[in-house]
Design a protein around this ligand. Structure first.
Ligand code: TRP
Length: 358
């Protein structure tokens, strides 16, 4: 991490592709403000860990950072299940604490407790056309996958605008996300430029996505990981769950006998070893051996089970510890909400002033 770089140089806002976690060390300076969020619709999974949580844990020592539990955004496509969303606020908070997010270094907050976000959303809605929202590729894909067809909840279509409010209310300059979120960042920056141009100010900063080295971890069957498919590994899987999920993992359908040459590309076990095995050289050798033939799937899987157990065991332990003290978790959230209400209220006041809404 670099600390002495002024915001004007080595700036993540410079044009170019979104940086990855490797570039993060060189690029993110103490001047950056980092915000990410998760919808509380289920427990977080290993994909979330390599996709974003890991960067947040690393970043928390170096920058001002907030993680937002986006309950209002979760309701945009879960309006019929408010109790489910409410329950998962605490479970996502526990997942954060489990992976090592330290509330003394990184603020954890809940979207619906920050009224400034709703006010900013209201203002920004006037700056975005329906056609632009309908063109957002992530929103389009989500509409298709949820089968909304013509019955799209208005809140759902507009959630990128509310996400722009999340980002700008914290004056975030860096947003660690998966690549599916790049259209949201683009849309947020369009709104920022519009606000600044309309008000003839620079009241809002633009932000930059920060991509992980592993933006997409496949499900155990090689398809996109999803809760409904049951093909993802939860962050706090038990040892037996890890064993069962890794045993069921797809390898290479053409690798029938141990001595057959095997394929590494598209092999889910290798995708996970690449993401989690700290011994990169050993994995490289395993790959060569597998491709040559003579390396059985069971040996590979045994290694992956050990690697995942080592990754997950400390998370599991921390989660159990915090789950025992729910009052503490609620206190941490209340403190995070109070701090965030101040920050977001301040940004809202400035935007209001820029728009002469005084
Ligand atoms: N849309 C994000 C997701 O589905 C969650 C989110 C809400 C978010 N607000 C945010 C991410 C602000 C980054 C910044 O994962």
């Amino acid at each position: 991490m670099s600390f002495s770089v002024p915001p004007s140089s080595a700036d993540l806002l410079a044009a170019g592709p979104a940086p990855t976690a490797d570039m993060l060390a060189a690029d993110v300076s103490e001047f950056h403000v980092v915000l990410t969020g998760d919808r509380p619709t289920g427990s977080l999974r290993l994909g979330h860990y390599v996709g974003s949580l890991q960067s947040r844990v690393a970043l928390q020592h170096h920058v001002q950072q907030t993680v937002l539990i986006a309950d209002l955004q979760a309701l945009t496509d879960n309006s019929g299940r408010p109790a489910h969303v409410a329950e998962h606020i605490e479970s996502v908070a526990l997942d954060y604490l489990a992976v090592g997010i330290d509330p003394s270094l990184c603020t954890i907050t809940v979207q619906s407790h920050l009224p400034a976000l709703a006010e900013l959303t209201m203002l920004y809605l006037n700056l975005v056309t329906v056609a632009r929202l309908e063109r957002n590729p992530t929103v389009r894909a989500e509409i298709a996958s949820r089968g909304f067809e013509r019955d799209i909840p208005t809140g759902f279509l507009c959630y990128p605008v509310s996400q722009a409010a999340d980002i700008t209310a914290f004056r975030a300059t860096v947003v660690p996300v998966g690549d599916d979120q790049l259209p949201m960042i683009e849309q947020a920056n369009e709104i920022v430029r519009r606000v600044n141009r309309l008000t003839n100010t620079s009241v809002l900063p633009e932000c930059r996505a920060l991509l992980s080295n592993t933006p997409r971890l496949p499900g155990i069957d090689g398809r996109k990981a999803s809760k409904s498919l049951g093909n993802a590994i939860p962050l706090t899987a038990t040892h037996d769950e890890i064993v069962a999920l890794v045993q069921a993992m797809y390898t290479d359908a053409t690798h029938l006998r141990v001595n057959d040459p095997g394929h590494v590309d598209g092999n889910v076990v290798f995708a996970y070893l690449d993401a989690f095995d700290p011994d990169v050289e050993a994995v490289c050798e395993l790959k060569m051996h597998y491709e040559r033939g003579g390396m059985g799937d069971s040996l590979l899987k045994r290694r992956l089970i050990d690697v995942l157990e080592e990754t997950i065991a400390p998370m599991r332990d921390r989660r159990v510890m915090f789950a025992r003290d729910r009052a503490l978790v609620h206190e941490l959230l209340a403190a995070g909400n109070a701090r965030s209400r101040e920050i977001t209220g301040g940004a809202l006041a400035e935007v209001r002033r820029a728009f002469s809404l005084t």
